[in-house]
Design a protein around this ligand. Structure first.
Ligand code: PMP
Length: 398
């Protein structure tokens, strides 16, 4: 078989997170690894009731093929929400429903990337975006990033000196893996630079609704003057990931290209799932639901940060996210987080080492902590144990 595979397949390797998730399925493991929402936040009873209503009222339509673009009431809801929040003028024609935002990443590669094209990304960035885009044989150039997002002077220099930059991929809100959020100024500057250099921007925003404090910051769409921004959204973190419904929002002509490639990929998203979500949005106030999720995650974030403050060794640094699901930990340079993981797993604690969030490698002394999935008492137990493992490593390197 070896000589039958397409060349691009040799660029791909198994996701470290998916491998670790297999271990975390054991009930005794306290997992800070996946990006899983809290299961108790899923509106199971409501979905049970709504599924019955949808099947009773529109059963045959809900089980039939539908358009590639997706269920119009859902597309309209997404456009309206954006317009109400940011004063934009989008309609359903700006929106294609996708199988999670993950599919929108894959389709973005299909629509835009030729072999050897360059994608600029934050350093570090979302692991599964690297996998999705790498399948199209692109090269990644990591842009130096601080607490406020990509550093504009560094981005400008890279844009001026790098050939074949096709796309900039960013997660401006509560970034995966660092939990960091871009400042308003950096958002606007990014859009201006992308326009100047005629580069597409993919704005990936699964976590923006999960802000625990402070003001929501605008989507890059607010600054767009040329239709070169594509924004990805999802119901995964505000409703449930199992339905696999997300979207891509952008210029209608670009969306038409995405529709073409989605037809080839899977024809359409699950009809029943689209209609159940639309009916939920009709019958319930999703903002009340999101507020409940935010409350739970804020408490978990507060506890996580307090325990890191109290227990982690002084030479370990970490982010203090204002929302989302993740914090990012940096160890002294001599410590490899994969070695720490090995020791932590012996004590049934899991997290994701940071190295694989850097598409070109490096920074093995980092790791990602997810705080959304475990109840508070397990977060406490897990971080007490993890802190003792970290102290052992830090003592050895003194
Ligand atoms: N983008 C980012 C930054 C993510 O963290 C995730 C989920 N972990 C996704 C995209 C994919 O989410 P989904 O496909 O469930 O919408």
């Amino acid at each position: 078989m070896e000589n039958h595979y397409a060349k691009r397949i040799s660029n791909l390797k198994a996701s470290e997170i998916r491998e670790i998730l297999k271990i975390t399925e054991r009930p005794e493991v306290i997992s800070f690894a996946g990006g899983l929402p809290a299961p108790e936040s899923f509106p199971v009873d409501e979905i049970k009731e709504i599924s019955r209503i949808v099947l009773e009222e529109e059963g045959t339509a809900a089980l039939q093929y539908t358009t590639t673009e997706g269920f119009d009431p859902l597309r309209n809801w997404i456009a309206d929400r954006m317009n109400t929040r940011w004063g934009t003028q989008f309609s359903k024609d700006n929106i294609l429903l996708t199988n999670g935002s993950q599919q929108a990443l894959d389709l973005s590669g299909k629509v835009f990337l030729d072999e050897g094209d360059v994608v600029l990304c934050e350093s570090p960035t979302y692991l599964a975006a690297i996998s999705a885009l790498r399948a199209y044989s692109c090269r990644f150039v990591e842009v130096p990033t601080d607490d406020n997002g990509m550093i504009p002077t560094a981005l400008e220099r890279i844009l001026e000196t790098t050939d074949r930059v096709k796309m900039i991929y960013v997660i401006p809100d509560f970034q995966n893996p660092t939990g960091r959020t871009w400042s308003l100024e950096r958002r606007e500057k990014l859009v201006r630079l992308a326009e100047e250099h005629n580069v597409i921007v993919i704005e990936d925003n699964p976590y923006g609704e999960l802000r625990f404090e402070g003001e929501m910051l605008p989507s890059l769409q607010v600054f767009d003057q040329t239709g070169s921004i594509l924004s990805l959204g999802t119901f995964s973190k505000i409703f449930c990931p199992g339905f696999r419904i997300g979207w891509i929002l952008g210029d209608p002509d670009v969306i038409k290209k995405y529709v073409l490639v989605k037809q080839g990929a899977d024809l359409q998203c699950n009809t029943l799932a689209q209609r159940v979500i639309a009916k939920y949005l009709d019958m319930y106030n999703i903002d009340d639901h999101i507020a409940k999720i935010r409350d739970v995650y804020k408490k978990r974030r507060d506890l996580t940060v307090k325990l890191m403050d109290d227990l982690f060794p002084d030479n370990v640094t970490y982010t203090r996210p204002e929302g989302g699901l993740f914090a990012w930990v940096e160890l002294p340079a001599a410590i490899n987080a994969r070695d720490v993981l090995e020791k932590a797993l012996e004590k049934n604690i899991a997290f994701v080492p940071g190295g694989s969030f850097f598409p070109n490698g490096g920074k093995e002394n980092t790791f990602r902590i997810n705080f959304s999935n475990m109840p508070e008492e397990r977060i406490k137990e897990g971080l007490v144990t993890l802190a003792s493992v970290l102290r052992e490593f830090c003592l050895k390197t003194h």
